[in-house]
Design a protein around this ligand. Sequence first.
Ligand SMILES: Nc1ncnc2c1ncn2[C@@H]1O[C@H](COP(=O)(O)OP(=O)(O)O)[C@@H](O)[C@H]1O
Ligand SMILES: [Mg+2]
Length: 270
Amino acid sequence: MAPFQGLRSSQPDLHEKLRQDPILETYSIYGFFPELYRRIYVDGAQPPMTMAGRGRGRVAMLEFEDRGLVVKPLQSCREGEVAAIGAEMGAGPMQYASLEGYLTEERVAGAFFTEMAPEDICDDSMYRAGAALGGILARLHRRRVYYNDATLSDPAGRSHLIIEPGGGCRLIDFGVSVLLDRHPVLERQDVYNFVRTLPMYRVLKRMGLKAHEMDRFLEEYAGKLARTSPEEIMSQDLRFAEEGLKMAAGRMGGRIVEPLASGFRDAYGS
Ligand SMILES: Nc1ncnc2c1ncn2[C@@H]1O[C@H](COP(=O)(O)OP(=O)(O)O)[C@@H](O)[C@H]1O
Ligand SMILES: [Mg+2]
């Protein structure tokens, strides 16, 4: 009921109706999303719901009988546009009608790369994972999408690449991606997305920079990005992949490196 407290004084009748809604207790705001309302309120589905999410806040995952759906708050203004490009090219989850400020998307079934079962790790599966990631990044880059996040693994072993049961692979989470279609013009939000994945930014944040100092830093970085070609900016995704591969190898074994890198090179074309 918490998200609806504000209605208590402005719309008391609606507030009362919501207070008496037994479904709201279980599904909070999520039952009201276009893709979910009919299923939950009309058809009476009772999907198990789990919550995840770190950077962006609460990510709700609802497991319906035919498929899983995810509702997540947008992390940046253009995330919807980027996620739609990802969906269109089969690189990311399918996107559905949503409510303002949120994405509603397909829950991609499968295991994250770093959580693959040991018995599934072999030269062939690593080559295929590398080729899938290389292909996804090549297609995103052709559309001027800079993914800008850990793909295979971050230092804590979290991955954004899901290996699907049928052998496909998809990337999830375009929360810090930057669409470079207007480069060298970049919005402040794009610049912020760009710098927030830099180690330097984490150091500055830990130092406790004041708001105006951070503004100045972003301003200077905006100039730097405008002078850097989109190709060079996007090439940082290759470094994320390389670093992620090293981190994943620390957990999954050094033998994953060669076949995966080889698949990646073949598909990305570098
Ligand atoms: N489309 C999806 N399919 C499957 N799992 C998802 C999907 N979207 C989010 N998740 C799960 O929720 C977690 C957080 O979502 P994510 O979009 O990565 O947000 P954050 O910005 O908090 O990292 C992911 O690590 C993953 O476990
Ligand atoms: Mg994430």
